[in-house]
Every structure is written in structure tokens, then in C-alpha cells.
Design a protein. Structure first.
Lengths: 102, 638
């Protein structure tokens, strides 16, 4: 069964908007923001894979693999940051970390 | 000859540099010996150069400034004029260095003092020996700097530092004129060599020569403290007394006279310039003599007398009589150095009391100072057969021989000044040395210091130095005896100098003029004796207690020239500076910058309020921006 590209892109768009809304709205918890970012990245990945399927080229799939590798690195770094931030202020609310406000 | 001349310059420079760099680390004796030794060495070299001297010689040591046509090598020119100046300078400087060792014995800052003194000797010799005007200017500025630094030597007192600044700034007026003159001469003649310039005066119209002469006169006015730039010299007495003797009496202040004598073949082409020089000299001589009549400070009397005597020299130059002017310059250097050093002895003995009305009876207590000082006073007053008599008379005779209403008037003024000179000199001598010992203790001193004549002590070395100077001052007349006594050595020696046109006078006329001068000088002494000698002395002392009024105050304050300049120059300058500072600098420049910074700061604050510190806000605006861009792209593509 071949899924048309348009459907794939619509699903990717919905996923991206969901992730974006998650990041924008759930600012009281930095972990939820990270999850939102992951969702957005997965949406982008889905679009790549859909494209690769549509034109029958491997580039999109290669890019999907690259995004996975990058995401794992990003998450490990980001979680370390979260631990550090939590240690400093005993909270994960991003609004608390506003020392650089002008 | 080249070696001698190089050594004469380099020895004092070496001493100065060594003392300036490591003088503080050297033991005191070594530093003093070095300072005196190098000047002594320079004097020996000067003597050797004198014995080896045959004809004017030009020595080029190395190149200094060279650009296109402009060439100013370090080259020296030795002719009779510079030779006698060099001998006088090294001799007097050597003696004063020795004297300073005793005078500054208690001062901890000996290294700075001797370094400056040695540098001064170097600069003065450069000035005298220079063959081109830029090199002369180098020495000119060098002596000016050393003078400034030495007047303000005890700079911790505000008064001394101010006096130094005043001297520096006032002489700067003259130096500026000198700088303009050098540049103008280069523009006119395409050379700055003195010997070449002196031979080229006839190429230019008289008006240009007059202009050059006046510029040089203004530079000489500054350095030699002539009207109207004379206000700095009395204040310059704030420096240590050896400095007053060396710089502000014997050598530096005569640099202006030397410059004019040097450039006379050029300047002499203009009758008007010569007349103005003579007029300046005559009026200054009279002015300073009247001021000296009313002074109370011993050193200020001598300072005004210096201005007055340099006025005579200027008068001599203005009459075209270089020989007479140089003769008076030499003799004056000897007796004025003697008087200042004697004053230094007196001041030391009186524990830094300088008011002559508080002295008295010193003839008995410090006789070894009294006799040389009296010799110097005799020379200054121009009593017959002293050196000062012959030299002053030579100038007056040259002025008389010039004829014409201006020079006749100046002759009369000069004679009257000679009378005043004799009066103020012996007023000083009578007040300082005459009378009994002042029994009442001096108000400014603790009685501990001043108990009878026994406590008056002067270091032996300081008094011994006075003797050779006294002999030279008294018998210096033999250097250039008037024609009726035989031929003058100095005149014969200087006659090889370019530009000297000696006009011989009849012996009878010369004798008559000298007779008049002698009578005038004796009359002055007699007046001083009547006013200040014997029993009258007490009346004068009583009169001196009340503050001066009328003419006396007018003379005491130097004809209120300081107040005049304060009113004419300093006040407007301060007002202008205040306007520029408060209105322009603070009001316009600073204020506009302040406003600009304020606006920028406000803008920054306004923009800064955008940074909420909330990540979500940033992401929202980021997303909105991205959506906008996407929308725009979709708009363009579809």
C-alpha cells in the first residue's frame, strides 16, 4: 500500500504543530519542552522519509538517520543541562531562569 | 681644535647625564666631584682652545637636521666673540659649581641640582658656540628649560613652582619670535648658517631687515628680561642663590645680548632696528634702576640691577658697539656673580633672611664676605677705575658718539641711570653691612638661631670663591682699557669679528666723558651715604616699618607691570578660558555627548524590555517570524 506524499506531509505538519504548541505552552517544565522539540524533529524526519519514498532516492533516508544521531546527542546534552539547572534552583520551570534578562 | 671644542660640549653633557641617571645612587662626594670636575675640564679645554686659537674656525662635528635644502649640522663656530663668552662661561660656571657644593650641602636633592646645573652649562655652551641658528635655538631652549627647572627647584612650595612657570611662559613669548625669525630667514636666504646669513644682509630691502631685527629683539627681550618682557626675572629669584648667580645674572640672561651681537652684521643694516634696540635697552636700564631703589629683598635688588645692566648692554648693541657691549657683559658676569654669591653668603649667615632692613652690622661679623661684596658693589656702581666703570663708560661713550637726538637722549638717560645705580647699590651696602648690630631679635626667627655676631657662620669655601671674582671685577678694566691709557686688548681681539666698526674718539672727549661718569657715580654714592649712612640709618629703618606709599610703592612693585599684565593678558585669558571651558567644552561638546549617550541608553533600555527572560516568548516570536517568512515565500511562489 502506497501512502501518497500529500498525506505524509499533512501528518508531518500536524506533528510539527503539536510539537510547537507543546514547546510554547508547557513552559513550566523544561522536560516537556524537550519532548516538544523531539516531536518537531520527528515531524521533519517523517517529511524527509516521505520525500525519499516519493522520488525513490536514498538521500531523505540518510538524512533521517543523521537526524536520529543528532537528536540522541542533543538529548543527552540537554538532559545533562536539565540536571544541572535543577540542581541550581530546585525547579525545572524555564521562567525561573531569566538572569540574562535585559 | 676639534677635539677641544667637542670636549667642551661633551664633558658637561656627560656630567649632566650621569648625575641625572645614576646620581642618586652615587655617594654625595662623587656626584659633586663629577659635576665640578666636568665643568673644570671644560674650562681647561677652553683655555687650550684659546691658546691654540689663530683665526675664526668652523668645526662640523656631525650632521643633525638635513631635509632638501635645509641643513643644520652640529657645527661649531669659534670666533673672538664666542671664544671670550666660552671662557667666561666655563670659568664662572666652574666657580659657581664649587660654591654650590657648599651652599647645597644640606639639600638631599643634590643629584637633580647638579644634573640640571651641568645640563645648563652644556646648553649655554651650545648656544654660544653654535654655527647655525637651529643649533643655537637648541641651546636657547635648553637653557630656558634648565632655568625653569632650577627656579622651581624647591617645587614643594607653590610660590617657587609658580615663579618657574612664569619665567618659562614669559620667555616663551620671545622664543616664539625667535622661531619665526629663523624660519623667515631660511625662507629669505635659503640658509640658516650664522656666518652665511651675516654676509647676506645687503641682499634684502631695509624693511625686511628691520622686521628681522625686531623679531630678534623680541626674542632677546624674553631671554634677557628687557622691557616689556622683564617681569619674570625678579620672581626668578625664588631659585637657589647659586642658580640666581649663574643663570639669572651671569650667563643665561645675557644670551639675548649675545644673540643680537652675533647677528649684528645682519641686523645692523637697519638703522631703525638699531634705534629700537638702543631705546629698549635705555628705557629698561632706567626702569629697573628705579625699581631697584625701592626693593627690600636683597636678591630682588640684585635682580633689578641685572635687568638694568643688561639694558646697558642692549644700549651698547643698539649703538653698534659690540666691543663695549661684550666688555660690559664679561665684567658684569664677574661682578654680578660675585654679588649674588655674596648675597648667598649673607643669606646663609642670616638663616635665610632676605630683607635688607632686618640686616645690619654684618661688616664686623662676616668681614670675608663684606670686602668682596664691597668690590662687587663698587663695580656695579661704576666707581672710577673698577672694571664696571670702564665697561659702562665704553657703552655710554659709544652712545654719545652716535649723536642725533635719540642717542643723545639715551645718553642722558644712561647717565641718570648710572646715578640711580650708584644710589641703590650703596643703599643696599649701607643697610646690609653698615650700622651697629641690630639688637632686637628678628621676628621671623627663633632667638636660638640668632644670638649676637658669633652665630653668623658662612662656610669657608663659599667665601674663598668670592675672591677671584672680586679681583676680576675690580681689575677687569685692563681687559679693555680706554684709548688714553693704552690699547684695549678686547677691542683689538674682537676687531677681527665681522661687523665691528670701531669709531675712534678723541682722547680729550673720552676723558671728559669718563670724568662726567665718575662724578655721577661719586655723587650717587654721596647721596646714598647722606640718606643711609651713620645716624640717618635709624630714621630709614623706622620709616621702613610703615607700608610704602606713592612713588616708593610704585617702584617697589616694579611700576605695577605685574598688575598691568594681569589686567591686560591674564584676566582676559582666564575669562576666555572660562568661557571655552564652561560654555564651549562643558556646554556644547560634553553636553551634546551626554545627550547622545542618554538617548542611546534610553533606546537600549526600551529595546532591552523586549527580552522578557521567558524562553516561550522567544520561541513564539521565532515561530511567528518563521511563519511570516513562509507566508511571504508562499505569496511569492503561488
Amino acid at each position: 500500500m502506497i501512502v501518497p506524499l500529500l498525506h505524509v506531509l499533512i501528518l508531518a505538519g500536524i506533528l510539527f504543530v503539536l510539537g510547537l504548541v507543546c514547546v510554547l505552552v508547557w513552559r513550566s517544565n523544561i522536560i516537556m519542552m524537550l519532548i516538544g522539540i523531539e516531536v518537531m524533529l520527528n515531524a521533519a524526519m517523517l517529511a524527509f522519509v516521505g520525500g525519499a519514498n516519493r522520488w525513490g532516492m536514498a538521500d531523505g533516508q540518510v538524512f533521517a538517520l543523521m537526524i536520529m544521531a543528532m537528536t540522541s546527542a542533543e538529548v543527552s546534552l540537554a538532559l545533562a543541562l536539565v540536571v544541572y539547572l535543577h540542581r541550581r534552583k530546585r525547579t525545572v520551570n524555564t521562567d525561573e531562569f531569566s538572569e540574562m534578562k535585559g | 681644535m676639534k677635539l677641544y671644542l667637542a670636549l667642551i660640549l661633551l664633558l658637561p653633557l656627560l656630567g649632566g647625564v650621569v648625575n641625572a641617571v645614576i646620581g642618586r645612587k652615587l655617594p654625595r662626594r662623587l656626584s659633586e666631584t663629577l659635576a665640578c670636575g666636568v665643568v673644570g675640564g671644560a674650562f681647561v679645554c677652553a683655555l687650550l682652545a684659546f691658546s691654540a686659537y689663530r683665526a675664526p674656525v668652523k668645526v662640523e662635528l656631525c650632521s643633525w637636521l638635513a631635509a632638501f635644502d635645509f641643513k643644520a649640522p652640529i657645527s661649531l663656530y669659534l670666533d673672538p666673540l664666542s671664544l671670550v663668552m666660552m671662557l667666561m662661561i666655563t670659568f664662572v660656571c666652574g666657580l659657581i659649581h664649587l660654591y654650590s657644593v657648599a651652599y647645597m650641602a644640606d639639600d638631599p636633592d643634590y643629584a637633580r641640582f647638579f644634573a640640571l646645573l651641568n645640563l645648563f652649562v652644556f646648553a649655554m655652551l651650545t648656544l654660544v658656540l653654535a654655527e647655525n641658528l637651529p643649533l643655537l635655538y637648541l641651546g636657547w631652549e635648553g637653557v630656558g628649560f634648565c632655568s625653569y627647572a632650577l627656579i622651581g627647584f624647591w617645587y614643594r612650595e607653590e610660590k617657587n613652582a609658580t615663579a618657574g612657570r612664569k619665567a618659562f611662559i614669559v620667555t616663551r613669548v620671545g622664543d616664539t619670535a625667535f622661531g619665526i625669525a629663523i624660519v623667515w630667514m631660511f625662507q629669505l636666504f635659503n640658509t640658516v648658517s650664522i656666518t652665511e646669513l651675516n654676509g647676506m644682509g645687503f641682499l634684502m630691502p631695509a624693511g625686511v631687515i628691520t622686521g628681522l631685527g625686531l623679531l630678534l629683539l623680541v626674542s632677546a627681550m624674553g631671554k634677557s628680561a628687557q622691557m616689556p618682557l622683564m617681569v619674570w626675572l625678579p620672581d626668578a629669584m625664588a631659585g637657589p642663590t647659586p642658580v640666581s648667580a649663574l643663570i639669572h645674572a651671569a650667563t643665561m640672561v645675557t644670551a639675548g645680548v649675545y644673540l643680537l651681537a652675533r647677528m649684528l652684521p645682519l641686523v645692523g643694516g637697519s638703522v631703525a632696528a638699531l634705534a629700537v634696540i638702543a631705546l629698549t635697552g635705555g628705557v629698561t636700564a632706567f626702569y629697573a634702576a628705579t625699581c631697584a631703589l625701592a626693593q627690600r629683598d636683597l636678591k630682588r635688588i640684585l635682580a633689578y640691577s641685572t635687568i638694568s645692566q643688561i639694558g646697558y648692554m642692549m644700549l651698547g648693541v643698539g649703538a653698534g658697539a659690540i666691543t663695549a657691549a661684550t666688555f660690559h657683559l664679561l665684567i658684569h658676569a664677574f661682578f654680578k656673580a660675585l654679588l649674588f654669591l655674596g648675597a648667598g653668603c649673607i643669606i646663609t649667615a642670616m638663616h635665610h633672611e632676605q630683607d635688607i632692613f632686618r640686616m645690619g652690622g654684618l661688616r664686623k661679623s662676616i668681614p670675608l664676605t663684606f670686602w668682596p661684596f664691597l668690590a662687587g658693589a663698587l663695580c656695579l656702581a661704576g666707581l672710577p677705575l673698577t672694571g664696571g666703570f670702564f665697561s659702562k663708560d665704553a657703552i655710554l661713550m659709544a652712545v654719545w658718539l652716535k649723536g642725533g637726538p635719540l642717542y643723545s637722549g639715551l645718553y642722558g638717560l644712561g647717565l641718570f641711570t648710572a646715578l640711580l645705580t650708584a644710589i641703590y647699590t650703596f643703599r643696599m651696602v649701607y643697610l646690609v653691612f653698615g650700622g651697629g648690630h641690630s639688637s632686637e631679635p628678628l621676628p621671623t626667627e627663633t632667638p636660638l638661631h640668632h644670638q649676637g655676631g658669633g652665630s653668623l657662620r658662612v662656610p669657608r669655601l663659599m667665601e674663598w670663591i668670592l675672591l677671584p671674582l672680586a679681583l676680576l671685577g675690580l681689575f677687569g678694566g685692563v681687559l679693555n682699557l680706554p684709548a688714553w691709557l693704552g690699547e684695549g686688548w678686547l677691542g683689538r681681539f674682537l676687531v677681527t669679528q665681522a661687523g665691528i666698526k670701531e669709531t675712534g674718539a678723541l682722547h680729550a672727549l673720552e676723558l671728559a666723558l669718563q670724568g662726567v661718569a665718575a662724578v655721577i657715580a661719586l655723587l650717587g654714592v654721596a647721596i646714598a651715604h647722606l640718606r643711609y649712612g651713620g645716624a640717618r640709618r635709624r630714621e630709614r629703618l623706622a620709616a621702613a616699618e610703615t607700608p610704602p606709599t606713592g612713588l616708593t610703592a610704585f617702584c617697589l612693585h616694579g611700576w605695577y607691570f605685574d598688575a598691568l599684565y594681569r589686567f591686560l593678558f591674564i584676566r582676559p585669558f582666564e575669562a576666555l578660558a572660562r568661557i571655552l571651558w564652561e560654555r564651549f567644552d562643558e556646554g556644547v561638546i560634553d553636553d551634546s555627548l551626554d545627550r547622545f549617550a542618554f538617548v542611546l541608553g534610553r533606546t537600549g533600555q526600551g529595546l532591552g524590555s523586549w527580552t522578557t527572560g521567558r524562553v516561550s516568548a522567544y520561541i513564539l516570536s521565532f515561530a511567528a517570524g518563521a511563519a511570516l517568512i513562509l507566508g511571504y515565500l508562499a505569496w511569492v511562489v503561488l
